[in-house]
Design a protein around this ligand. Structure first.
Ligand SMILES: Cc1cc2nc3c(=O)[nH]c(=O)nc-3n(C[C@H](O)[C@H](O)[C@H](O)COP(=O)(O)OP(=O)(O)OC[C@H]3O[C@@H](n4cnc5c(N)ncnc54)[C@H](O)[C@@H]3O)c2cc1C
Ligand code: SF4
Ligand code: SF4
Length: 584
């Protein structure tokens, strides 16, 4: 095996060391010279000169003094190694002082001629679509960089209470997948991050990911919440649709992955006015770092899967429905948070105007969807979501006098959806009326909501009054869709979702860039998951073609060998909702 080093660029930042090889022999555990890790079974003498060489090359190129570190073994004799190395931006930064390592070295197999190319697939968006695509790729032995804009992965599914048509707890389905992503040795998770540029072609992209400062050291934060308790700055929580506050230093939601706090630079008193700094004083782990700086990560990628999801339609543009003017008119997402036991009302249904429990609730379908004035398309999930929310509301408050869905069509097209619809009417007593409600009026004293309508097949004007009205708002393209499309070099369809080929709906206009989930067109979770696996399969095909000179990468074993250990049985019973909690 030869030893070669190819250093891309020459500026501070993240570098991909593409051509590094060494051979080891199994003579015991040896350190690679860093306090951070070791390669069992490799002689120090084999690899230490290589690291010295890398170090001196980087010092020459960057004029800073990094230390190269790696971990994640074991490495076998005759196998080759490659990896990434981080060079801090500022020589004086704490990262530089301690020779920060940000990526592990990963075994990719022997390569003829001593050349090792470790490529990854980049997945953009950590909602259920991106999470599923990442897991499928990683379980096939392919290295994945999962890039998520928010401080945690999870996307919209993390904000839902239950999911149709089974009404299982959304978080109970999602959470194990999020944890698996975080633990998976083939997945490198970049939260708080966005893709800045993509160069190259299918099979050989260079993807540049920018990670703005988080101001909390992820290695140190122990998730104790002391900082949030003491932080004096409260702002409306985006996760709770503004119905509850969060602090300037916060975690997105209690089951966030990674479970690491972050500082909102727009509202932090220290970062805006150089005042306060309480969080840094009270943090027992010394994790707050106001000197944190932006990082750029360069990824050598064979393919890209775009899964940036959607944005909920903003109904404030439809003045006639009064959202934002009438407190007792809320969106389906606000209602979903209200139903959630960890949401802003602790799972209690209330009228926002007076905090009283509602007795009569109406749902208006297609608000902003199938409407020439707003969005022409059907958002596809909202009929079933309204039926689900109506059933759950009945379970929360069995003495509700009237719960009614006003619709143009009920689109119950998926597996078991029709049964769900029929049960809602026959078993749960949900009322359904086919009509198009033109607008809402608030009673000035009671703050009740009044609506007029004409039922299909009649000419008789009818009216009804409700304590609470839920607008079933649909899906819009995700925030920043145009910028992302420009960076990826892909086309958008007329409505701002991703343009795809007609045959698969997974191929974008750029070879090697695939799409899945709500960004390809509005869709529900089961369809998103199926598409994610499809996109992962297509990305894997490109990846394997690009690596065909190399043996396929092995997925490191996920589980520990427990042979001979005393058996242990864990029983975990979730008590949320009625499916389990109503019985146990
Ligand atoms: C009120 C409501 C109720 C619903 N109920 C149900 C239900 O019961 N059952 C069901 O099947 N479906 C339901 N849905 C639909 C479901 O939420 C979607 O089908 C699902 O979330 C789509 O997943 P996704 O991964 O495509 O997108 P998302 O969940 O939107 O995830 C996208 C992720 O990408 C990130 N992102 C965006 N842009 C970028 C970028 N440029 N760079 C990096 N990251 C980025 C986002 O931060 C987000 O984490 C409901 C939706 C709503 C609004
Ligand atoms: S930043 Fe510090 S105080 Fe805040 S959660 Fe993390 S360890 Fe606790
Ligand atoms: S310095 Fe900023 S984040 Fe820290 S406690 Fe003060 S306002 Fe909150």
């Amino acid at each position: 095996m030869g030893r070669k080093l190819h250093l891309e660029g020459g500026k501070p930042g993240f570098y991909i060391l593409r051509h590094i090889c060494h051979s080891g022999s199994p003579t015991g555990r040896a350190s690679n010279g860093s306090a951070r890790g070791s390669w069992p079974g490799v002689r120090m003498g084999d690899i230490f000169p290589l690291f010295k060489y890398i170090e001196s090359t980087l010092i020459q190129a960057t004029k800073v003094s990094p230390r190269v570190a790696c971990h994640q073994g074991p490495c076998r004799p005759g196998t080759a190694q490659s990896g990434n190395v981080f060079v801090p931006r500022k020589p004086s930064s704490r990262a530089a002082q301690r020779g920060q390592y940000l990526d592990r070295v990963c075994r990719v197999g022997s390569a003829p001629g001593g050349v090792v190319m470790e490529r990854a697939v980049v997945v953009i968006g950590g909602g259920i679509g991106g999470v599923q695509a990442s897991l499928d790729l990683a379980n096939a032995g392919i290295r994945v960089y999962l890039v998520e804009r928010q401080p945690s992965i999870g996307g919209m599914m993390a904000r839902l209470d239950k999911t149709f048509p089974t009404n299982d707890c959304s978080m109970c389905i999602l959470s194990p997948k999020l944890v698996e992503v975080a633990r998976h040795p083939n997945i490198h998770l970049l939260t708080n991050s966005e893709v800045r540029s993509v160069a190259g072609e299918a099979g050989d992209f260079t993807v540049s990911v920018v990670r703005p400062p988080r101001y909390v050291d992820m290695d140190k934060c122990i998730a104790c919440n002391t900082c949030s308790e003491k932080c004096p700055t409260k702002v409306p929580s985006e996760f709770e649709e503004g119905m509850a506050p969060r602090k300037a230093i916060y975690v997105l939601f209690p089951q966030a992955v990674p479970l690491k706090w972050t500082i909102d630079p727009e509202h932090c008193l220290y970062l805006t006015k150089e005042k306060c700094g309480i969080c840094a004083k009270v943090c027992p782990a010394d994790a707050v770092n106001f000197e944190d700086t932006e990082e750029v990560v360069q990824v050598d990628a064979s393919a890209i899967v775009a899964a940036p999801g959607f944005a909920p339609y903003d109904p404030s543009a439809l003045y006639e429905f009064g959202h934002g003017r009438y407190p007792n008119v809320i969106t389906n997402l606000e209602f979903e948070r209200m139903l959630n036991a960890s949401g802003p009302t602790g799972g209690h249904l209330i009228r926002p105007a007076d905090g009283e429990p509602p007795k009569r609730i109406a749902f208006l379908q297609c608000v902003g969807s199938r409407d020439e004035k707003a969005q022409r398309w059907c958002s596809s999930f909202c009929c079933m979501a309204a039926i689900k929310e109506a059933i759950i509301a009945k379970e929360h408050a069995p003495d509700l006098e009237d719960i009614h869905i006003y619709f143009m069509d009920i689109r119950a097209y998926g597996k078991e959806f029709e049964d769900f619809y029929v049960k809602a009417e026959e078993e749960h007593g949900i009322g359904f009326t086919r009509c198009r409600v033109p607008g809402l009026v608030e009673h000035p004293k009671t703050r009740d909501i009044h609506l007029d309508y004409v039922e299909e097949g009649t000419l008789e004007p009818l009216s009804a009054t409700y304590d609470l009205v839920v607008l079933s708002t649909g899906m819009s393209r995700p925030e920043g869709a145009e910028e992302l499309a420009e960076v990826l070099g892909i086309e958008l369809a007329e409505e701002g979702f991703c343009a795809t080929d007609a045959a698969t709906n997974l191929r974008t206009s750029r070879d090697g860039v695939f799409v899945c989930g709500a960004f390809s067109s509005p869709k529900d979770i089961p369809e998103t998951v199926a598409q994610a696996s499809g996109a992962a399969g297509m990305a894997a095909a490109v990846h394997l073609r690009s690596e065909e000179r190399l043996p396929a990468a092995e997925a490191p074993p996920l589980d520990r060998d427990v042979t001979g250990e005393e058996p242990r049985v864990g029983v975990f019973v979730c008590h949320c909702g009625t499916n389990i909690g109503g019985v146990v």
